[in-house]
Design a binder for this molecule. Structure first.
Ligand code: ARG
Length: 401
């Protein structure tokens, strides 16, 4: 017989940071709930034993750790690479694509533990609440969602004083910034960054180094749109991304500092650190330019914009995203080859490319006399290509003497 889900317990998506630590206490005190914390490993490379200890010290009745790195990389990061996903041309969506996976795992655990409610530590000012709520409800509309920070209209300063009063430990970085991290990148917000004139200080970054003046290069191999090798060595994608974060970061590469339009209507200043994501998308785009037709590229750019928008705005499970993925997947059949990138002092560019599906034909492109391109054919083409514009301009000037 099916038991109805327990109302006295809650699954809390838990990072061990300020917001979610404070949530444990609020759920206990205000909702009289027993808290089961869930930490999903999406490559944040933290001390998970320590996170479990934080949870237990806060009085949770249980703590669950799920290693979802493979799933994150294969089901979320790989499609983002194929989609060259950059929100507002800059943000590689690290936080945005991890939230639906954390939400999905929370729903699975709620089912497994027969618990009626899921809680998260999102504020009512950000995008993460949208991603959590819509994904949870898409997977199970009956789950009750509790978001203490949003419900109580809490601010970061209030959270810090509540934490102090309730013996909740706060890390040094939490005092300075609000950080979210996974294998695809780090998002850094708040603190001194809220004043637009303040340059982010070195203490905000983990991978990016500021004192390396040497020049380096890296060669990336792709198979059907997926990165498969680094400097000639075959690597699984999680390890390739991890290595590239360190390599590119050591050349000062990976910082994005931009003004972002949140779904909720707020413009915010967002700083990201994502060396591997930026390099891989740059390399992948370049390989597509070599292997896809002009027509495919123009249409794919429209699809990419939509894809990034859906992922950003919490609509990961909207059927449109999987429709777009089917189109993108088809385009990737020929996105195989190698791209070489030069790196120096925060700057990077492609310096070499090769592919068995290359559409570049030197015999046609060359300006030398061995070209087999018959230039005389171009005259008629140019006349017909320009016909609508030339006709329109003639009519306009005839009527505006
Ligand atoms: N603006 C980014 C996004 O919406 C980053 C959010 C970062 N979250 C955080 N808890 N610091 O994806």
């Amino acid at each position: 017989m099916l038991r109805s889900p327990a109302m006295n317990k809650v699954i809390l998506a838990f990072s061990g940071g300020l917001d979610t630590s404070v949530c444990v206490k609020y759920l206990q005190k205000l909702h009289s709930l027993d808290v089961i914390t869930l930490t999903v490993d999406v490559g944040q490379d933290e001390d998970f034993k320590e996170i479990e200890k934080i949870s237990m010290d806060l009085g949770s009745i249980d703590h669950i750790y799920i290693d979802a790195k493979e799933e994150f990389v294969n089901e979320y990061v790989a499609p983002a690479i194929k989609a060259n996903a950059l929100y507002q041309q800059e943000y590689p969506l690290a936080t945005a694509i991890a939230r639906p996976l954390i939400a999905k795992k929370s729903v699975e655990i709620a089912k497994k533990y027969n618990v009626a409610s899921i809680a998260h530590g999102c504020t009512g000012k950000g995008n993460d609440q949208i991603r959590f709520d819509i994904t949870i409800k898409s997977l199970n509309p009956n789950i009750k969602i509790i978001a203490p920070i949003r419900d109580l209209n809490l601010t970061r300063d209030k959270e810090i004083s509540f934490a102090k009063e309730n013996g909740v430990k706060i890390s040094e970085i939490s005092k300075k910034y609000s950080v979210d991290k996974n294998l695809w990148g780090r998002s850094i917000e708040g603190g001194i960054l809220e004043s637009l004139g303040n340059e982010p200080l070195e203490d905000a970054f983990e991978y990016v180094k500021f004192n390396n003046d040497s020049v380096g290069s890296v060669e990336l191999g792709f198979e059907k749109g997926i990165p498969v090798s680094i400097n000639g060595k075959t690597e699984e994608l999680p390890s390739l991304i991890d290595q590239l974060n360190r390599i590119a970061g050591s050349f000062g590469i990976g910082i994005v500092d931009h003004i972002e339009d949140r779904i909720i209507g707020i413009k915010s200043r967002e700083v990201y650190e994502a060396p591997a994501a930026l390099i891989l998308i740059c390399a992948h785009k370049d390989l597509e330019k070599l292997t896809l037709t002009n027509h495919e590229l123009r249409f794919k750019a429209i699809v990419e914009e939509q894809w990034s928008w859906l992922a950003y705005s919490g609509l990961w499970l909207d059927p449109l995203l999987s429709d777009l993925n089917q189109f993108i997947e088809k385009t990737q059949e020929r996105v195989t080859g190698k791209i070489k990138i030069k790196m120096h002092n925060g700057y990077y560019r492609v310096i070499g490319r090769e592919s068995k599906f290359s559409l570049y034909n030197k015999d046609i492109a060359t300006y030398l006399s061995n070209s087999n391109f018959d230039q005389t054919m171009a005259k008629g083409f140019v006349e017909l290509w320009g016909l609508p514009s030339i006709t329109a301009n003639t009519v306009i000037s005839d009527n505006n003497p």
